[in-house]
Design a protein around this ligand. Structure first.
Ligand SMILES: [Mg+2]
Length: 314
């Protein structure tokens, strides 16, 4: 990821502190149909008498931060813009339904570029049954795409970050570090992984329906930071060993590199989690423990949170 370094005004802290501050201020009114607000992969809304809960997530894709116009084709930028939101729906075990896409176009943007951007976005939307239902257009000095993705999950069944219990085993899907490796080399399968992440929608549903996962989230900012967030939400700590690594990725990239969009989840110790799901490996990497909430130990030592924190990298 290219590093853009402007924090929101008045935020002297990293992203976790900022999110926590906002979560405390944004009180959910009594009697609201909102059952989960800020802080998880998606917010959850429960319409009265509905058998499904609604999931909402939003993401920005910014030129220079999430893609570069010299190296990323417009189709790839469009694909990635939607993939990031779909990955959050996958993390809750949900089914995507629709997206709203707003674009602020830079001076360099041509009609052809925008058309190709939507080629990539709509290809993924078509594959995943996601309807594009609206958006907005504006002009600015560099391209910004803002996406809202909405999905559904059976009432009360969403996989949250907070559901993990002491003794649960920790798993990851796939191999980690590919996106970071791709950004470094701009070649081969790792570069493809960086440009075209695959939201693990079928796996998310499988974890909810068949595995009985107690908690889940997607790996967007790197294992060390994301596992810390899952631990903090569940009020536990974690002990892990080396995760499966993408070919040619380093341990550093697998532990701290962002944008792999694999799923991180926990399951009770008695549950038999298959070794793979539709060819995608599912690997046990550790165990949840009582102790300092949010702490992650790797090979017996506390793991620094080296993942991508959008506010602390300035
Ligand atoms: Mg997420």
């Amino acid at each position: 990821m290219v590093k853009h370094k402007t924090p929101p005004p008045g935020t002297a802290h990293g992203e976790p502190e900022f999110v926590e501050m906002l979560r405390k201020r944004a009180a959910i009114p009594r009697g609201s149909t909102v059952v989960l607000g800020i802080g998880d992969d998606c917010a959850i809304v429960r319409p009265r008498r509905s058998s499904d809960d609604l999931l909402y997530t939003t993401d920005m894709l910014i030129e220079g931060t999430h893609f570069l116009r010299d190296t990323h084709r417009p189709e790839d930028a469009g694909w990635k813009a939607l993939a990031r939101g779909l990955s959050d729906i996958a993390a809750m075990g949900g089914e995507p339904q629709f997206c709203l896409v707003s674009l602020a176009l830079a001076g360099w943007t041509t009609g052809y570029w925008v058309e190709r951007f939507y080629d990539g976005l709509l290809a993924l939307a078509g594959q995943t049954g996601t309807a594009l239902i609206g958006g907005d257009l504006a002009a600015t000095d560099r391209l910004i795409c803002d996406i809202v993705v909405g999905g559904t999950v059976p009432r009360g069944q969403a996989l949250r970050r907070e559901g993990s219990r002491a003794g649960d085993a920790i798993y990851v899907s796939g191999q980690l570090g590919g996106s970071a490796r791709g950004l470094e080399t701009r070649r081969g399968a790792a570069w493809q992984r960086h440009k075209r992440p695959e939201p693990r929608l079928a796996l998310g549903r499988f974890l909810r329906e068949r595995v009985g996962a107690t908690a889940a989230m997607d790996l967007s900012d790197g294992l060390s930071l994301d596992l810390h967030r899952l631990c903090a939400a569940s009020g536990l700590r974690a002990e892990i060993e080396a995760p499966p690594m993408f070919p040619a990725a380093t341990l550093e990239q697998a532990l701290h590199g962002g944008e792999d969009y694999e799923l991180l989840f926990t399951a009770p110790p008695g549950v038999r989690v298959p070794r793979s799901f539709r060819g995608l490996p599912l690997t046990r990497i550790g165990v949840m423990r009582r102790g300092q909430p949010g702490r992650v130990d790797f090979d017996g030592e506390e793991l620094p949170r080296g993942g991508w924190d959008h506010l602390s990298h300035r």
